[in-house]
Design a protein around this ligand. Structure first.
Ligand code: PEP
Ligand code: MN
Length: 340
C-alpha cells in the first residue's frame, strides 16, 4: 500500500501516521519529495482496511498496489531512480558504458583494457574475480588477487568497478574492493545473498536469471530494496529459449517493460545475451534505441587467448567502432554520452 501525503506535512503529523502503521505491525519506507511524501507500507495490509487512514492529517491518497513487488514498482515511485557511484550516475540522461574482460587474468590484461575502455568513454570497469563457471574444471577466477588488480586498474584510470559476488561469505571481501556488486544470472534467486546485499550500502547490479520472468527479477530486486538498499540496477542479459544459434535470446522488450513497471535503472549485456561477438554491436545499439540506461560489454586485448567467453568478447578495435556507431543513436533517443 502507498499512502501519499502532502509535501508540506509536518514531522509530527507524519510520525502520527507512521506510529499507527508500526502499531498495526507494518514497516514503512518513506520517500520525501517537494510536492508529496510517499509512505510505502510493506507486507499484507489486510488489517488496515478498518483504519481510517484519510483521517490522518496530511494524507491525500491511499493506493493499494496489486503488484507483488512494491518498492521496485513505478506506482511506489514514479520518477526514475538514479544510482550514483564514484561520480558516475546510472539511470540519468547519460548512457553509461561498463566494459572489461569476462575475467581478470593478469595485471597486463586488466590495465591495458582499463586504459583503452576509459579512453573510449566507459565509466565502469568490469571483470570477474569469482567466476560462476558451468564446469568445475574451468578457470574459476583469481579471487582476491583478481579483486586487487581490478581495483588498482580502476583507480589508475578513474573508473568505478563492478565485479560478481557469488555467496554471502564473499560479501565482506568483495566489498573491500568493489564499487558495485554484481549478482550473476545464476544467483538471481539466491534470496539469502540478496537480503545480505540489501543490508550493505553499495549499488547492486542484478542480472536476470536465464529462465526468470520479469516479475521474478523485480521480486529479487525487492529483496534488496526491502532491506534498505535502494541502489539496484537491473540488467537484461538474455534468457534461455529454444533458439540455440545464440547463447541466449536477448529479450530487448524487457527494457521498455521494466521501465514501465519499475523506476530502477536498466542496463543491457549484449555479450552474454548473444554469445557471439559479431552480434554484440548490433544488439548494443538496439538496446540503447530501446531505452536502456547503459551497457555492460566484454572487452579484452586478445579475445582468442581469453580464459573465459572469448567468442563473445570485443577487441579494442571493434569496441572503438561500436562506441562510434552508438553516438548518433544515443543522440537520436535524446540521451547523452560523455567522452573523456
Ligand atoms: C558475467 O557477467 O561475467 C556473467 C557471468 O554473467 P551472467 O551472470 O549474466 O551469466
Ligand atoms: Mn562472461
Amino acid at each position: 500500500m502507498i499512502i501519499v501525503m502532502n509535501g508540506k506535512t509536518n514531522d509530527s503529523d507524519l510520525d502520527n501516521l507512521v506510529n499507527k502503521l508500526n502499531e498495526m505491525g507494518h514497516e514503512v519506507n518513506i520517500i520525501r519529495g517537494e510536492k508529496r511524501i510517499v509512505v510505502g507500507v510493506i507486507g499484507d495490509v489486510e488489517n488496515l482496511v478498518s483504519v481510517p487512514l484519510y483521517a490522518f492529517t496530511g494524507v491525500e491518497e491511499v493506493i493499494r498496489i496489486m503488484k507483488p513487488y512494491k518498492l521496485a514498482s513505478r506506482e511506489f515511485k514514479n520518477t526514475n531512480t538514479t544510482v550514483k557511484v564514484k561520480g558516475v550516475t546510472i539511470g540519468g540522461k547519460e548512457v553509461i558504458l561498463m566494459a572489461g574482460p569476462c575475467v581478470v587474468e593478469n595485471e597486463q590484461q586488466i590495465f591495458k583494457t582499463a586504459r583503452q575502455v576509459k579512453a573510449l568513454g566507459a565509466k565502469v570497469l568490469r571483470g570477474g574475480a569469482f567466476k560462476p563457471r558451468t564446469s568445475p574444471y574451468s578457470f574459476q577466477g583469481l579471487g582476491e588477487k583478481g579483486l586487487k588488480l581490478l581495483a588498482e586498474a580502476g583507480k589508475e584510470n578513474g573508473l568505478a568497478i563492478v565485479t560478481e559476488v557469488m555467496s554471502v561469505n564473499q560479501i565482506d571481501l568483495v566489498a573491500e574492493y568493489t564499487d558495485i556488486f554484481q549478482v550473476g544470472a545464476r544467483n538471481m534467486q539466491n534470496f539469502v545473498l540478496l537480503k545480505e546485499l540489501g543490508k550493505t550500502k553499495k549499488p547492486v547490479l542484478l542480472k536476470r536469471g536465464v529462465s526468470a520472468f520479469l516479475e521474478e527479477l523485480l521480486l529479487s530486486a525487492e529483496y534488496i530494496l526491502s532491506q534498505g538498499n535502494s541502489k539496484v540496477i537491473l540488467c537484461e542479459r538474455g534468457i534461455r529459449t529454444f533458439e540455440n544459434y545464440t547463447r541466449n535470446t536477448l529479450d530487448l522488450s524487457a527494457v521498455p517493460a521494466l521501465k514501465q513497471l519499475s523506476h530502477l535503472p536498466v542496463i543491457v549485456d549484449p555479450s552474454h545475451g548473444t554469445g557471439r561477438w559479431k552480434l554484440v554491436s548490433p544488439m548494443a545499439k538496439a538496446a540503447i534505441a530501446a531505452g536502456a540506461d547503459g551497457l555492460i560489454i566484454e572487452v579484452h586485448p586478445e579475445p582468442k587467448s581469453s580464459l573465459s567467453d572469448g567468442v563473445q568478447t570485443l577487441k579494442f578495435d571493434t569496441f572503438t567502432q561500436l562506441v562510434k556507431e552508438l553516438k548518433p543513436i544515443i543522440q537520436a533517443v535524446g540521451r547523452e554520452f560523455d567522452l573523456p
